[in-house]
Ligand binder design. Structure first.
Ligand code: PLP
Length: 342
């Protein structure tokens, strides 16, 4: 099938534009493994500063950020990882947290991908009971992906971090869409990332770059992360070519995330007016819209025939706005949904 005219499958579907490609073509590069790629170094420093942490590490993907962080924090002695049941490390990384880090995994419940401090507290193990696994790491996803692009408030995060501190847990922020959270809330990225041992952002989602993510933490943790980057085969060479796309995205594609959020809200409001669709526009805080119809898979294949791409997740339909989806595309998607449910 050729490219769909309206691609709401994911915000990973963005294509690098001419100016981003120009910046990539012009990038100064060197051997990234030896720390000699100036563009990668600049990106790492920029993201460390943006998130208020000491050091950064450029990695090929967000999944590798999660996997390396989990591997650093978890000791393969039955240590337990707490994350929302729908979170990416639990649902979409091929079981890596178990296979690579040897984590015991505890999926927490909570609306919209957000669990409460009380839910975390209730899951804590007794450290003096050698029958039990050891509570070790909590991961927060900001924004929540399969939870529907919801934004954790700083208060909710603080409450979870307080439980983590009481139980000496390590803490990790999966910030694949952290800058969507900042755009939606007005909070600074560093404010959201404060208090976590490790955090990261993805460049290949709404920021629109083709490849890459950056993990941040203390110098000590990032040195440790480097070992696993090498081990996992994530060390690169002239990676400045792709890092330049990420830097360009940070300069040009952050402010405009608010447009994606407005488009997602318009999509949800339009969907709510269509018979046969169940959706609550009030829950659409960023660029992800989940909605329910009688037969999600049937609707998705019918939409694809009409040049509108969405995805199915657990029997629900997900539509994600991004820089290649404008308001006219939203209108076109709404017409396609309405005509297919008629
Ligand atoms: C996409 C995503 C990831 C993984 O990032 P990739 O760059 O696709 O590997 C991790 N966590 C969340 C919440 C995501 O949405």
């Amino acid at each position: 099938m050729s490219d769909p005219a309206v691609n709401l499958y994911s915000d990973t579907q963005t294509l690098p534009g001419a100016e981003m490609r120009q910046a990539m073509a012009n990038a100064e590069v060197g051997d990234e493994q030896r720390g000699l790629d100036p563009t990668v170094n600049a990106l790492q420093e920029r993201v460390a500063e943006l998130l208020g942490h000491e050091a950064g590490l450029f990695l090929p993907s967000g999944s590798m950020c999660n996997q390396i962080a989990v591997r650093i924090h978890i000791r393969p002695l039955g240590d337990e990882l707490y994350a929302h049941r729908s979170s990416h490390p639990i649902t979409a990384e091929a079981g890596g947290a178990a296979a690579i880090a040897g984590a015991m995994i505890c999926g927490l419940e909570g609306d919209g991908g957000i669990f409460s401090a009380a839910a975390l507290e209730a899951a804590m193990r007794d450290p003096d009971d050698r029958h039990q696994p050891r509570s070790r790491l909590v991961s927060v996803e900001q924004t929540t992906n399969f939870g529907g692009g919801r934004v954790w408030t700083r208060v909710q995060i603080d409450e979870v971090l307080a439980v983590a501190e009481r139980h000496s847990l390590r803490t990790h922020l999966d910030g694949a869409r952290l800058l969507n959270a900042t755009a939606a809330s007005g909070e600074r990225a560093a404010a959201f990332a404060a208090g976590f041992d490790t955090a990261w952002i993805d460049f290949s989602k709404g920021l629109g770059a083709p490849i890459g993510a950056c993990l941040v933490g203390s110098r000590e943790l990032i040195d440790e992360a480097w070992r696993y980057k090498q081990m996992f085969g994530g060390a690169m060479r002239q990676a400045g070519i792709v890092a330049a796309g990420a830097l360009w995205a940070l300069d040009h594609n952050v402010e405009r995330l608010a447009e994606d959020h407005a488009n997602a809200r318009a999509l949800a409001e339009g969907l709510a007016a269509i018979d046969g669709v169940t959706v609550d526009p009030a829950t659409v805080e960023t660029n992800i819209v989940f909605f329910d119809v009688a037969a999600a898979a049937d609707l998705i294949s019918a939409l694809a025939d009409d040049g509108v791409e969405m995805s199915e997740i657990d029997g629900r339909v997900r539509a994600v706005t991004h820089l290649d989806v404008d308001r006219a595309a939203v209108e076109r998607a709404l017409e396609a949904v309405a005509s297919n449910l008629r």
